[in-house]
Ligand binder design. Structure first.
Ligand SMILES: *[C@@H]1O[C@H](CO)[C@@H](O)[C@H](O)[C@H]1NC(C)=O
Ligand SMILES: *[C@@H]1O[C@H](CO)[C@@H](O)[C@H](O)[C@H]1NC(C)=O
Ligand SMILES: *[C@@H]1O[C@H](CO)[C@@H](O)[C@H](O)[C@H]1NC(C)=O
Ligand SMILES: *[C@@H]1O[C@H](CO)[C@@H](O)[C@H](O)[C@H]1NC(C)=O
Ligand SMILES: *[C@@H]1O[C@H](CO)[C@@H](O)[C@H](O)[C@H]1NC(C)=O
Ligand SMILES: *[C@@H]1O[C@H](CO)[C@@H](O)[C@H](O)[C@H]1NC(C)=O
Length: 631
């Protein structure tokens, strides 16, 4: 009997305890789950106690729900207001790795006991929730991997117990507030769009806490107070790929990390880690550009500036940053990271993009060209530039050294020649009383450019596509001038109207066929010769007195009227006894600018004709073979 009574008492006790239900919380949860689509795996059995439901735990006397963890259960859509916010004793809320979207309901502010909030890996958006700084008991806040935007509020400082703040992989922008929470020991805002400097209070965290904010600087990232070539790279380490001339890759390792979250949110992160031998033998490396004519007046487009330009837009991020060296690579051993840290100045804005002189930290100087409006796909781009990299070295061709491709940024890297371009010495200081390029130098530069072009046509079998004075770069010996920027035009949309300021060099048929040919190069080269002879820029809006007439037609009209001497650059008249050579070169130029492509000579023939002119002229003493520095 006693036994039975005891049994009954125990039974009753058991019933009483186990049936204790957090009735209000149960209703809130049922309300939530009824309004939120989810996968079938989440079955909350209505005959079971709420406290035994998957993901739910209650306090000791089972009177209220204190944790709710529903990671990766396929919750979809916005979190309905007036549901979870009723779980007034909730301390831990995890809804991570679902497909929750939109803004969080503002009534979450009533979750006054909340200590841990995990909402990472969803599709949540909107501003940083204003109610979060009011949840002063919060110790862990993870909003990473969502689409939150706007600024991170200074008010997060109200969360005085916070130990971890994870905001990475969102769309936060603006400056980082000075967050100074003594308990904070984990912090991550990487992969956002933050800008400005990292506040002192946050500089204890490593660079990877801030990486991927291309406009952020200071602290563990590079200092803010000097000009950048590009803003800091998001990637903690960039990879360097060196391709040899045969295109063979050195040791390569590929690490693929793929994460897929609960069949719903799947993120695939592919990391390619290339370990590459950076240096090839230095053999065959072309001579380093010697320091030469002062940099005065060497800026081709008159846009030089020592201030940094914002070249940061979109470099890197999703793309792994790979600077690909081609050909011999010039013996360079820098990587993208180094390039990003370089100081830069604008050399010129051309038809294909803007060129920068980038001075790397260890002192190497290179030219980086940002190509704009590239139409080629990544594959086409890489294939084409690899091919350009295989163009054999020639003393009169500036080799391509490296390239970089990402969705938003296409870069090509060349050697920097400090003497500047032909444009600068031909037109740069006209009227300043300083002497410009003398006749002998002009002739030798013309020959050098012709030889470079001939190498491209006959050895490499590619048209240059963009012959103009600003693409003829000088060395202190005019015979060592180079043609630069060759072979890039196929990367651009043929539908795009070529920019007007190259129009002066463009062969008439190119407007119709919309691509460069050997013959159109010869035409452009002919215009270049006319420019050298006349000292007039073909892209000037008016030549002579007539508006809208191009240089070849102007020269033709003057020559027809037998005023031949009038076409020549007045500067050249100071050199006695060169007029005959000038007339000979003029004849070569006129042949090159024939309207019919078939009437134009081959470039190799042109080179031969100029070699004839040069060999007939008496070689000057070597002292006079340098470009004049001043009058
Ligand atoms: C709920 O649980 C009880 C007991 O564990 C079980 O008999 C019943 O089938 C479950 N109901 C559902 C809908 O799963
Ligand atoms: C349950 O425990 C909480 C504290 O954890 C207490 O405030 C509440 O009064 C208790 N309720 C019951 C019915 O014992
Ligand atoms: C943060 O705390 C300060 C002072 O305690 C208060 O004035 C401010 O309103 C709080 N901000 C938010 C967003 O809660
Ligand atoms: C991020 O915010 C910018 C505006 O600040 C917007 O243009 C862009 O679409 C947003 N990106 C995402 C992924 O939400
Ligand atoms: C940072 O970005 C915001 C817009 O998101 C802009 O208004 C502000 O000028 C930027 N600040 C700096 C220093 O670039
Ligand atoms: C910050 O988050 C990024 C992206 O998730 C990660 O790569 C990086 O290691 C994190 N850094 C720290 C310090 O947690």
């Amino acid at each position: 009997m006693a036994h039975t009574l005891l049994s009954v008492l125990v039974f009753l006790f058991f019933i009483r305890v186990s049936s204790a239900e957090p009735a209000r919380d149960r209703a809130a949860l049922l309300d939530f789950i009824a309004k939120t689509p989810h996968s079938g795996r989440l079955r909350w059995n209505s005959t079971e106690s709420t406290c035994d439901w998957t993901g739910v735990t209650c306090d000791a006397n089972r009177s209220s729900v204190i944790t709710l963890r529903l990671p990766g259960v396929g919750l979809v859509g916005t979190v309905p207001a007036g549901t979870l916010s009723r779980l007034s004793s909730l301390r831990v809320l995890s809804l991570r790795s679902n497909r929750l979207s939109g803004a969080l309901p503002t009534d979450f502010s009533s979750l006054a006991s909340l200590r841990h909030l995990y909402l990472q890996e969803n599709l949540l958006s909107g501003e940083f929730p204003q109610w979060i700084p009011k949840m002063v008991r919060l110790t862990r806040l993870d909003l990473s991997g969502n689409g939150f935007s706007g600024e991170i509020p200074f008010a997060v400082n109200n969360l005085t117990r916070l130990t971890g703040l994870f905001l990475q992989r969102n769309n936060f922008s603006g400056a980082l507030p000075s967050i100074a929470i003594p308990t904070l020991n984990a912090f991550n805002v990487s992969d956002n769009h933050l800008n400005g400097s990292i506040p002192e209070s946050l500089t204890v965290f490593p660079a990877s806490s801030f990486a991927g904010n291309i406009q952020l600087c200071g602290g563990p990232l590079q200092p803010c107070n000097r000009p950048f070539f590009l803003s800091p790279s998001p990637a903690p380490a960039s990879e360097l790929v060196t391709k040899s001339r045969t295109g063979k890759l050195s040791t390569a390792a590929i690490v693929v990390i793929a994460t897929a979250a609960a069949a719903m949110l799947s993120a695939l992160l592919v990391m390619l880690i290339w370990c590459a031998v950076r240096r090839r033998e230095e053999k065959g490396k072309p001579p380093k550009a010697p320091a030469s004519v002062g940099a005065r007046g060497m800026d081709p487009m008159g846009t030089a500036s020592s201030s940094s330009k914002d070249m940061s837009s979109g470099v890197g991020e999703a793309d792994r940053n790979r600077l690909v060296f081609v050909g011999e690579g010039g013996g360079y051993s820098f990587d993208l990271e180094d390039l990003l840290r370089a100081s830069a100045e604008v050399l010129g804005k051309g038809s294909l993009g803007t060129s920068y002189k980038a001075v790397l930290e260890e002192g190497t100087t290179v030219v980086v060209k940002r190509l704009k409006d590239v139409a080629a796909s990544r594959r086409e781009f890489e294939g084409h530039l690899d091919a350009l990299g295989r163009v054999a070295d020639h003393i009169n061709v500036l080799p391509l050294r490296a390239y970089y491709y990402s969705k938003d940024e296409k870069l090509v890297v060349y050697d920097h020649l400090p003497a500047g371009s032909l444009t600068a010495v031909l037109h740069g200081s006209r009227g300043s009383g300083r002497s410009l390029l003398d006749w002998d130098s002009r002739l030798r530069v013309a020959l050098a450019a012709g030889r470079g072009l001939s190498h491209l046509h006959n050895s490499a079998k590619i048209p240059h596509g963009n012959i103009k004075a600003s693409n003829i770069l000088l060395r202190n010996d005019p015979s060592l001038a180079v043609v630069s920027d060759f072979g890039l035009t196929p990367l651009f949309s043929s539908a795009a109207q070529p920019p007007t300021h190259v129009a002066g060099y463009r062969a008439p048929e190119v407007i119709e066929i919309r691509r460069a040919t050997f013959k159109s190069d010869v035409y452009s080269y002919g215009v270049l010769l006319l420019e050298i002879l006349t000292g007039r820029a073909p892209n000037q809006t008016s030549i002579g007195s007539e508006e809208g007439i191009d240089l070849p037609r102007w020269v033709q009209s003057v020559v027809r009227e037998e005023w031949t001497a009038e076409v020549f650059d007045a500067e050249l008249m100071r050199y006695p006894g060169v007029e005959e050579e000038m007339v000979q070169l003029l004849q070569v130029a006129m042949a090159c600018v024939a309207t019919m492509p078939d009437s134009r000579p081959e470039i190799s023939e042109v080179v031969r004709m100029i070699e004839d002119i040069v060999s007939r002229s008496e070689p000057l003493p070597s002292d006079d073979q340098r470009l004049p520095e001043s009058a």
